[in-house]
Design a protein around this ligand. Structure first.
Ligand SMILES: C[S@@+](CC[C@H](N)C(=O)[O-])C[C@H]1O[C@@H](n2cnc3c(N)ncnc32)[C@H](O)[C@@H]1O
Length: 476
């Protein structure tokens, strides 16, 4: 049962627009959320995904503000996160309203320019991976997260979804305005917040709500939005979002930014973002989504353009030394390219930077060249391969990000399950040993194995081995 404390109700009653009622708010807050997913177009088109899942009893209803987002209903009780399709990164379980901020960010960006984008508070990565899909893995996303444990989850999701254009950082995001001043074409600040909008997912979320708790969150939000605005290029756009409902964490944070930089801040109206957007649009042009408007979680989205230069407030920090990578030699690059092409029929992207650290070979997004030395990065791009005495050994993450659907080893759902559980796959009619091969399921990469003739030897990284998998066979 939902637990709303009276202080919270009194507080939001004054922020709720006149055309909405508290009764509706309480009613919707007590209803379970409709499950929703976003198809990962880095791996499969939405149409192909629908064709794939329909026979398995999935019904997918389009979410109006995200072309690859769907409310999903199933004819059986399964945990979406344990399906093979989820593990192989064909979709992300993401609340419908959480798909709004990237849609707002990309509303006026095109899909041919290579942008440099900052996602300031990015774990667990639902919006980072959505942005990567919108960018088709081109350009560069700097995805930052302050909490160490959440950086790990972010990293796992970035790899699962086959994202290769990301550099992960681990800072209090207040540093960006100083370290990467005027650097980004667009920025998402999906700010830490009181989580008032998430009551339908977590009925206890507001049990201990208090004004005092929220005061320090609001200070952080104001500091982060200032930092974001400094890191943004003139002409660029910042999307500020929260899953909070109060004006104090939303409109007032944007107004604070306006008061800091009155000549440079312009609020951009989101009233035309999708049909029906005006139902949640405020007089400033922000989207203030209350749960009863679209039967979703609560959310807030503001789009802010930087229309004039602002002065650097702190001097440029010193260049960071001891960057542990160096560019690979032309000879090594050619050898790596040949290895990927001959073994897996994969062409490495022409514009990526192939970098070496010890005997590890990495592919960095080309735009990283502008940022090296300006800040410390946790992890950049993808690890392609380890160097052996003779030749290379491919990394699972490279296959997941770069493989095309071309290889002969399409697995059955039973075999795919075995593979994800870390087991070898017997091949009674396997023929001659063929060395490293890409395994696919639904013609999308699942991983790599060594073909030994009579079996496929499992080389799934140990940390990805699962003990619970749902293999849903097509219903007859
Ligand atoms: C709303 S969540 C982000 C959700 C994420 N954007 C997504 O879509 O998956 C806010 C995140 O901000 C992080 N955070 C809290 N304080 C921060 C700070 N000062 N700098 C950067 N991140 C911070 C939290 O750990 C949390 O992961």
């Amino acid at each position: 049962m939902v637990q709303l404390n009276q202080d919270f109700i009194n507080s939001i009653a004054k922020d709720m627009p006149a055309h909405l009622t508290m009764d509706d708010f309480i009613h919707y807050s007590s209803q379970p959320l409709r499950p929703s997913i976003r198809v990962n177009t880095l791996k499969i088109s939405s149409n192909d995904f629908i064709d794939l899942m329909k026979p398995k009893g999935w019904t997918l209803d389009p979410i109006p503000w995200c072309s690859d987002g769907f409310w999903v209903s199933l004819d059986s009780e399964i945990q979406l996160g344990n399906t093979i399709e989820h593990i192989q990164g064909l979709f992300y379980i993401q609340e419908a309203s959480s798909m709004l901020p990237p849609t707002a960010l990309f509303d006026d960006l095109d899909d041919t320019t290579e942008y440099t984008i900052l996602d300031m508070a990015s774990a667990p990565g639902s919006k980072t991976t959505q942005i990567a899909a919108l960018m088709k893995n081109s350009g560069l996303i700097v995805a930052n997260e302050y909490s160490s444990s959440r950086v790990k989850v972010l990293h796992a999701n970035v790899l699962r979804m086959g994202v290769s254009n990301t550099a992960l950082t681990h800072f209090d995001a207040r540093v960006f305005g100083e370290y990467l001043f005027n650097q980004f074409d667009a920025i998402l600040l999906d700010a830490p917040c009181s989580g008032e909008g998430t009551i339908r997912k977590d009925p206890q979320a507001l049990k201990n709500w208090s004004h005092a708790e929220n005061a320090s969150i609001i200070d952080t939000q104001k500091a982060l939005i200032e930092s974001a605005f400094l890191a943004l290029k003139t002409g660029g756009s910042l999307v500020y979002s929260t899953c909070a409902l109060s004006r104090a964490e939303n409109q007032e944070v944007c107004e604070h930014l306006m008061s800091c930089f009155p000549d440079a801040v312009e609020f951009q109206s989101l009233s035309q973002l999708f049909p029906d957007a005006e139902k949640s649009c405020t007089s400033e042009g922000f989207l203030h989504v209350w749960p009863q408007i679209y039967d979703s979680e609560g959310f807030f989205v503001a789009k802010i353009r930087k229309i004039a230069d602002i002065e650097r407030q702190k001097p440029m920090p010193k260049q960071q030394k001891n960057f542990p990578f160096e560019p690979a030699s032309t000879k090594v690059k050619v050898e790596l390219q040949r290895y990927f092409k001959d073994t897996f029929d994969i062409s490495l992207p022409h514009d990526g930077l192939v970098m070496v650290r010890d005997l590890e070979y990495w592919l960095f997004p080309a735009k990283m060249a502008d940022l090296i030395g300006k800040m410390r990065f946790q992890r950049i791009g993808i690890k392609l391969a380890d160097g052996l005495k003779k030749g290379f050994k491919v990394r699972h993450e490279a296959i997941m990000a770069l493989a095309n659907a071309l290889t002969p080893y399409e697995l059955t759902s039973l075999q795919a399950t075995e593979y994800l559980m870390g087991r070898d796959i017997p091949l009674p009619d396997g023929g001659k040993p063929q060395g490293e091969v890409i395994l696919t399921y639904h013609a999308c990469a699942l991983g790599v194995a060594k073909h030994l003739g009579k079996k496929l030897k499992n080389s799934l990284p140990r940390e990805l081995v699962r003990d619970r998998i749902i293999s849903s066979e097509t219903k007859g």
